[in-house]
Ligand binder design. Structure first.
Ligand code: HEM
Length: 476
């Protein structure tokens, strides 16, 4: 069957899977053969089938993830499998416990205060600007502390590690048949150069943190990821300090995992913050209710919110409407998903029809589980294209279709940073939405996808088209 030609603006992502399904009346799962560009793929559009691949079975990640090794290295939990993945995932788990995240809240508040300074400058200038670079710098400042115990202060100044990180994705090999780019000597040289540079710079930070531990300069209970890894190192090597520099295997594991968390932990949250401001601007009734909840929990004066949060960080989790707004925003504009690899003899079974779909024939099929089409399917969510935070409250939330809501994916390879990300978004909303009005400022002729100018586009990760142009005004 010829492939459908649907019109979408360049780089628009997420939209293609439901568009193809609609065109051919495919509901739950389909195969897509894009020979010779890719292997034939299985596209999963149904929660129960998604659960079979990720929760009931936890199928291995597809070799396509090796492309990510350019950015995150070969040893990070993002791309590794089996015992190695299990070991390192466990090492970092304590860095995301609820009690530890509460101790990180003041740090996040500090970073958001710098973000507010930047917003004030833009409000004063009264110009249109892209919001995404600002939210990215904010989330980089948070993830720098979480991963490396470092204060990059990217919102105000440049930093070598951050610069190298942001440059890296430009030199990843193309996934299409762009042979010119694939074989370009300058692309290949730059890819190697930035990988080496990142490894060297992050390695220096790890060594420095190690020395600080030896000098007794690290607070008890410090759980940034670099220190969790060094705890493990010290236990395994019985405190033989001198060996770290020469223990290249352990060092590579730490460095690549830091690269992995740094990569996965900033652009995703930065894009999600943009979508929150975009949706609140489009829905003044929701914004009003959100501000009202903040008044009730954080005080009538927006200037008191910071102190209230610092006094009791857990208060943020007790604000149900705020959580519902964030969840609903992630439902509408999720850019991530997972790609698993087919296994001989394993079929995905449609629970309604009992039809079996092989995941392997003459080789494994990549299995694409994308949350976007699942979240926008009317059989999973009523009025799926509407922004209705109340669906995450009370009885409606209790009746939500099993496994249909999956912005952070599900199963043992779900997102370890999800609670950190939720906390960053709660803090940022709590400290900004009563101080500023955000207005999206797309040109009138800007393209739309499904009624939105801010549709998801793919660069190194998904984010709002054109970086979300806005104007802002200060309220207090
Ligand atoms: C709104 C923000 C976020 C979203 C929507 C999101 C979404 C996801 C999704 C869908 C996956 C599964 C990916 C796959 O299987 O290929 C994932 C994995 C992962 N995420 Fe997140 N994430 C977010 C924030 C974060 C943050 C803040 C961190 C770090 C602190 C983080 C670290 C990771 C890591 C390390 C993995 C790989 C886990 C593994 O394979 O075991 N993410 N995330």
């Amino acid at each position: 069957m010829p492939l459908v030609c649907f019109k979408a603006p360049p780089r628009a992502t997420s939209i293609r899977w439901p568009a193809i399904a609609r065109e051919y009346d495919l509901h739950t799962i389909y195969y897509l053969d894009l020979w010779p560009t890719y292997d034939p793929m299985v596209i999963v559009l149904d929660p129960a089938l998604a659960a079979q691949a990720t929760q009931l079975k936890n199928l291995p990640k597809h070799p396509m993830y090796r492309l990510m090794e350019y950015t995150v290295g070969t040893q990070s939990i993002i791309t590794t499998t089996g015992e190695q993945w299990k070991f390192w995932r466990k090492v970092f788990d304590p860095g995301f416990s609820s009690s530890h995240l509460a101790t990180l809240t003041p740090m996040v508040v500090g970073r958001v205060k710098v973000f507010i300074e930047k917003l004030e400058e833009h409000a004063k200038a009264g110009e249109v600007f892209e919001l995404l670079p600002l939210t990215k710098s904010l989330t980089i400042d948070v993830i720098g502390r979480v991963t490396m115990a470092s204060d990059f202060n990217t919102q105000k100044q440049s930093h070598e590690i951050v610069e190298a990180f942001l440059a890296m994705p430009k030199y990843i090999p193309p996934i299409n048949l762009d042979l010119v780019r694939l074989l370009s000597p300058s692309r290949i040289w730059n890819a190697r150069h930035y990988q080496k540079k990142l490894d060297r710079l992050i390695g220096e930070v790890v060594s420095q943190r190690f020395q600080e531990r030896r000098a007794g300069k690290v607070a008890l209970g410090e759980r940034s990821l670099v220190h969790l890894a060094l705890d493990t190192y010290e236990q395994a090597r019985e405190l033989k300090a001198e060996t770290l520099a020469t223990d290249t295997s352990f060092m590579r594991n730490i460095v690549h995992n830091i690269r992995g968390f740094f990569f996965a932990g900033h652009a995703t949250t930065a894009a999600s913050l943009c979508y929150l401001y975009y949706l609140l601007n489009k829905h003044p009734d929701v914004l009003y209710q959100l501000r009202t909840e903040h008044e009730v929990f954080l005080g009538a004066n927006p200037d008191d919110a910071e102190e209230r949060i610092l006094e009791e960080p857990h208060i943020l989790k007790r604000m149900p409407y705020t959580t519902a707004v964030i969840k609903e925003s992630l439902r509408l504009f999720v850019g991530a998903g997972t790609i698993r690899n087919g296994v001989p003899g394993l079929n995905l079974v449609d629970p309604k029809t009992q039809i079996e779909y092989p995941t392997y024939r003459d080789g494994p099929f990549p299995i694409l589980v994308r949350a976007f089409p699942i979240h926008r399917d009317p059989t999973n969510f009523s009025d799926p294209d509407l922004f209705l935070p109340q669906r995450f409250l009370g009885q409606e939330a209790g009746e939500m279709k099993k496994d249909a809501y999956r912005p952070f994916e599900k199963g043992s390879r779900d997102c370890p940073g999800q609670e950190l990300s939720m906390m960053e978004m709660r803090v940022t909303l709590a400290l900004t939405i009563r101080k500023f009005n955000f207005d999206a400022a797309y040109p009138e002729d800007a393209p739309e996808v499904m009624g939105d100018h801010a549709y998801n586009v793919m660069f190194s990760s998904a984010g709002p088209a054109r970086g979300l142009p806005v104007t802002i005004s200060k309220l207090v």
